[in-house]
Design a protein around this ligand. Sequence first.
Ligand code: MN
Length: 203
Amino acid sequence: MKRFNLPPLPYSYDALEPVISKRIMELHHDKHHAAYVKGANAAVEKLEKFAKGELEIDVRAVMRDLSFHLNGHILHTLFWPNLAPPSEDNKPGGRIGDLIDKQFGSFENFKKVFTTASNTLEGVGWAILYVDPEDNLYILQVEKHNLNHPASLVPILVSDLWEHSYYLQYENRRAEYVENFWKVINWDEVEKRLEKKEPVNPP
Ligand code: MN
């Protein structure tokens, strides 16, 4: 079975300042994301040994572990290139901009739904923009890393709402982090994912 690796950040740790601090990025990438990679590999290893009759395991628990850590790995792999150095007037253009206008009425309407999804998420998880093969857009909340994912839609924009993404800097002010998040979205990357509609291939 496959083993997973931590991909490097596609920019420097301080590239997203002042929206997201260097220290948050160091911990988030080097510790949190790395832990999901390690957890996914550990689960895969146990399942491999179980298959060969070398280890007795609680299959349900290990598969739940794999689902959690592998989705954590996949979502963080999507998250880093989803971000870019901040700009104040950061808006989607191209096809994604047109689809948002057409399906939500305006970028402001879209922003309202995504922001509300982000702010009302209970506990830890993600707000995610997905696309289907016919270019229909969906905004959904994913709990933890692995609950409530649609089975086949392609995620094109993911927002990490775990406290480890913002707490060091924003403390309990999640809404402020969510508002500032709009400044660091890499819409070119979202456009690319919309064009390709490829499932994520976790490194
Ligand atoms: Mn995270």
